[in-house]
Design a protein around this ligand. Sequence first.
Ligand code: AMP
Ligand code: MG
Length: 350
Amino acid sequence: METRLVRIDEKQIDEALVKEAGDVIRAGGLVAFPTETVYGLGGDALNAASSEKIYRAKGRPSDNPLIVHIADMEALAVIVREIPASAVKLAERFWPGPLTMILNKADIVPCETTGGLDTVAVRMPVHPVARELIRAAGGYVAAPSANRSGRPSPTSAKYVVEDLNGRIEMIVDGGDVEIGLESTIIDLTTTPPVILRPGYITGQMLQEVLGEVAEDHTMMRDDSGQAPKAPGMKYRHYAPRGELTIVDGTAQNVVEYINGKVAEARRAHKKTGVICTDASLKQYRADVCKSAGERSDEEAVARKLYRILREFDDEDVEIIYAESFCADGFGQAIMNRLLKAAGHKVVHLS
Ligand code: AMP
Ligand code: MG
């Protein structure tokens, strides 16, 4: 299949192009598009065949449910059985934006879209191109991240091309994304509501609106031995091809430990990489050292993380060490993705 690549500037949206992209989705095709979190791979959420195509294009296991993207509250009422007061409160505060809510699904949503579940994940993105495309596509766009399954989510169109060129009808290039990590997911079908995936909207922000909020036990820990709450959580994610280990400890100890390990790996003729911060960049002696920015600037770190993981693949790095990041607030989302990318391999130095 030939994939058409078009560019749509969010400040000057080309309505004719948006309509063409919407028509592709209405006709059962797939269009990758920018959102504020990461690039999404969109298909008609109410068309079972479209969802099946999404799974095929990504190489994603079909029991890993998709998030349905909508552009207004009227659309929410169509796809869920009832809208609880908690969902209304969260929507007022955080929609449009990087928050996904799990609710009981209406019959109109095919099981293919929800991975066979009776619940549906819904998000209303704020990115202007995403919003217009959703409307042009009929209002209900199922969109997982636009990467091949297991790889880091794409934060710019060039990575979508890398993963999906020739497998989907169209890619809309809208420039680099704003946030760089996937949406926060909260399950509202349980009491108390449970955060299934941390993101830009933090636990504290959700608590301020909802009162008590729980966290899924697999969020920051190795989930290999436990049944996951959300099916998709059992799969390896965001992983670079090289072997990634996180090292946690005081700044000096971490640098010394990693440099020791790097020297060892190089003696074994392995190409080495380090993920660090501006303050420590010059102290490492790996083949490829990449700074995620200033440690205190979590938004910048989040924006860069997936790009860095992909760049290690481009440079064929085999052994990667990463500094650890603070896991509070938005940092929890950063560490959640880094831990998954590392398969939870962490060295704790005293
Ligand atoms: P993404 O790859 O960003 O599209 O993320 C989709 C993730 O959302 C899945 O892997 C699940 O973890 C979660 N999810 C989607 N739908 C549901 C649902 N109905 N119930 C629980 N989790 C869901
Ligand atoms: Mg994904």
